[in-house]
Design a protein around this ligand. Structure first.
Ligand SMILES: Cc1cc2ncn([C@H]3O[C@H](COP(=O)(O)O)[C@@H](O)[C@H]3O)c2cc1C
Length: 187
């Protein structure tokens, strides 16, 4: 069984903005970016799972002419009161508790990375149990949580992996073992 993890294309948002659950549109480069992603995927049948947010759902709809499985558990971290503020405008005092432990602490009014991990693993286990090749189109935090789960590494180490917009990772499951193969960018 193969499961591809794809991060959405560039969102339409000024650089340096904090966004997670905000439903941003895609940038002007969408057609170009989605064509590149499509070219890197094999021509075979997949079940397609997507986050409901536009930056993921538009890519799914654009590339795949088949029914999609849209699941709320695949949305990005809820940054609460910080959503759509410039990171530089969030005061160090406000940021301090989260910076101390961004795995278990939530941004004010938001969600902890541990909570995101729990809901992500929940759907990921469902996907695996179906035993069908699948593509999951989601967000940076969600994809890193899945990688942390399959590698059994601590969540605090999961942000070391490079994962740009349009990033693709292939998970190959064989005889109880999983290989993690970067498709874009190649390592
Ligand atoms: C703990 C944690 C800290 C983060 N800091 C930024 N992002 C992430 O949240 C934003 C939205 O992701 P996307 O563009 O893939 O939808 C990005 O800025 C990304 O870096 C984080 C995500 C998590 C889970």
């Amino acid at each position: 069984m193969e499961i591809y993890l794809i991060r959405h294309t560039t969102p339409r948002v000024p650089t340096g903005t904090c966004y997670g659950v905000t439903d941003l549109d895609v940038a002007d480069s969408f057609l170009e970016e989605s064509a590149m992603i499509k070219k890197l995927l094999p021509n075979q049948l997949f079940k397609i799972y997507t986050s409901p947010l536009q930056r993921c759902a538009k890519l799914a709809t654009h590339i795949f002419d088949q029914p999609l499985i849209t699941d709320k558990r695949l949305v990005e971290l809820d940054f609460g009161e910080w959503e759509m503020r410039a990171w530089d405008d969030i005061s160090p005092q406000e940021m301090e508790p989260w910076m101390q432990d961004w795995v278990t602490q939530s941004p004010p009014g938001g969600e902890s990375y541990q909570a995101l991990y729990n809901r992500t693993v929940d759907i990921f286990q469902e996907v695996m149990s179906r035993n069908e090749d699948a593509i999951i189109i989601a967000h940076g935090g969600v994809i890193r949580a899945i990688i942390a789960y399959v590698q059994q590494i601590p969540l605090k180490d999961s942000f070391q992996m490079k994962l740009p917009y349009g990033g693709i990772i292939r998970l190959q499951f064989e005889r109880g073992k999983v290989d993690i193969l970067p498709i874009f960018p190649k390592e």
